[in-house]
Design a protein. Structure first.
Ligand SMILES: [Zn+2]
Length: 270
């Protein structure tokens, strides 16, 4: 549970996810795993000047987030690293706590004025929300659902290079849910729009918060049902069927895309 706008006891050691400008502080940037600082409030007096919230627990410790500002000074051996670089070097639980912290920071930084009447918004004292003092509108953090799907045909998987992917990286297809759609409708529409094929036997696999900036990825696998691959050039550079012994460069372990590729491999008996 998220407890907004709160502090730990002064002498309690807690993990701090410290954020600023889409970056997180890593105390051991050379190590393979992301390492947030473990400190008491007395050892981190900067926390009294920024927004803090308790966002969960990790290995018996409370986890707090702190939204830093440009004037806060931290030890020189610590390093600010982009969110992705920290969160993709961690495990599932710390990833989800990091995702939570990032999304709360994004929410607070993009909700300063009321969308209905334009008055300044204030943070709610009892829940993670902002409230308009003039018209009483309450806004909560936005979460944008997306589908992501591993499609198989015989013993091959469909992988595509998106126009927004780094050069040479191939992944499974993904897309945002539009107003009024079910996840299954989104899946069929996105697959048809992006690569021009039909799918069937849609099976839900898992989900993952994806805080860039506020997606919730719902992961599926589906079987090819018909059509020729015809990439939409605005979204897809190239797409093709791949055998598992000759995969191109794909997303790193820890991402839902990598997990779906593994699930498809098991499904087709590899
Ligand atoms: Zn208002």
């Amino acid at each position: 549970m998220i407890i907004p706008d709160c502090m730990p006891e002064p002498s309690e050691s807690v993990l701090w996810l410290i954020l600023y400008n889409n970056q997180l502080i890593d105390t051991k940037p050379q190590q393979p795993h992301y390492a947030p600082p473990l400190l008491t409030l007395e050892e981190l007096p900067q926390a009294k000047r920024g927004y803090t919230a308790k966002i969960g627990d990790y290995e018996g410790r409370a986890v707090y987030m702190l939204v830093a500002d440009a004037d806060m000074k931290f030890p020189a051996r610590w390093q600010w690293l982009p969110l992705r670089q920290c969160l993709l070097r961690t495990n599932e639980l710390l990833f989800s706590l990091g995702a939570r912290a990032c999304q709360i920071q994004h929410f607070l930084s993009t909700h300063k004025f009321c969308g209905r009447c334009g008055s300044a918004l204030a943070q709610s004292r009892d829940e993670l929300a902002v409230v308009c003092g003039a018209c009483k509108t309450t806004d909560y953090p936005r979460i944008s659902p997306c589908i992501i799907v591993g499609i198989y045909k015989d013993k091959q998987i469909l992988l595509a290079q998106g126009t927004r992917h780094p050069q040479g990286l191939y992944s499974v297809l993904a897309g945002f849910v539009e107003s009024g759609e079910s996840l299954e409708q989104t899946l069929k529409r996105e697959v048809k729009e992006e690569v021009g094929i039909e799918v069937t036997d849609i099976e839900y696999v898992m989900s993952q918060a994806w805080p860039f900036p506020h997606s919730l990825m719902a992961g599926f696998v589906a079987r090819y049902a018909g059509g020729e691959i015809t990439p939409d050039p605005t979204e897809i550079v190239t797409a093709d069927w791949f055998h598992f012994d000759a995969l191109p460069q794909t997303p790193p372990q820890g991402t839902i895309a990598a997990k779906l590729i593994n699930v498809v491999a098991q499904k087709v008996g590899l």
